[in-house]
Write a protein of this length. Structure first.
Length: 236
């Protein structure tokens, strides 16, 4: 379990002002970017939406398999933390309010960043999803996921890719000198796999024993040591 995104997801200001006077490692910089990820009203409301179309017309075809939504209870976001070392190498952990994390979305984000001349390749974007069951998920051409969600919509996919890329590019634009610390703690209170585990008729094991999981919770702290004050950062 990797929870570095907790910093970017909860902070305002996102980078804590460091109370200490120790200088940061040479060249270490960090930045945070936030972008809206909400899709259109009329799209189905996630895994638990009712199957079947609702009353009225839907000329934009926002929903196909499931009943359309009729409002937004809370906005979805993409929140990016970008870390840059002394050599200019960058890594971008990103939290998205999505049903699943997806390699295809990560690849498209990397393409957009390359077009914007933002030096963060695909293998340095760490995309994690909140596994939101109550939001539209139109991002995959895999029919297996359509059983739980609505079908692929390239409009929603491209919108989310552009918003994630925007969050990352904003984080790069706001890079400041920083101090980084981290730790790992064990937590297995709710760890498990829905498939469970068992024993076949021939005595062989099947499923996913709890020991297969990663029980380490990684927490990072990033301090802004630039000396500049901000009333609110990132803006908006």
């Amino acid at each position: 379990m990797f929870t570095v995104i907790g910093l970017a997801a909860t902070a305002a200001p996102a980078l804590a002002k460091s109370p200490g006077s120790d200088p940061p490692p040479p060249g270490l910089r960090a930045g945070v970017g936030v972008a809206d990820l909400s899709w259109h009203v009329g799209a189905s409301a996630g895994q638990y939406a009712t199957d079947g179309v609702g009353p009225g017309s839907d000329p934009s075809f926002e929903s196909v398999k499931q009943a359309p939504s009729y409002g937004v209870q809370s906005r979805l976001t993409a929140r990016a933390l970008v870390l840059e070392d002394a050599g200019g190498q960058r890594v971008a952990p990103v939290k998205v309010d999505n049903y699943l994390a997806q390699d295809l979305l990560t690849r498209r984000v990397a393409q957009l960043l390359e077009q914007q001349h933002v030096a963060i390749p695909r293998d340095r974007i760490i995309l994690s999803a909140t596994h939101d069951h109550s939001s539209p998920y139109y991002n995959t051409p895999s029919a297996g996921v359509w059983v739980f969600q609505d079908v692929w919509d390239v409009r929603a996919f491209e919108y989310q890719a552009r918003q994630v890329a925007s969050a990352i590019s904003d984080a790069v634009a706001g890079l400041v000198p920083a101090r980084l610390g981290g730790t790992t703690v064990r937590f297995d209170g709710v760890k498990g796999n829905i498939a469970g585990r068992g024993q076949s008729a021939d005595g062989s094991p099947y499923g996913y024993p709890d020991t297969f999981g990663d029980h380490g919770v990684v927490v990072l702290r990033v301090d802004d040591v630039s000396g500049r004050s901000r009333s609110r950062w990132p803006p908006g």
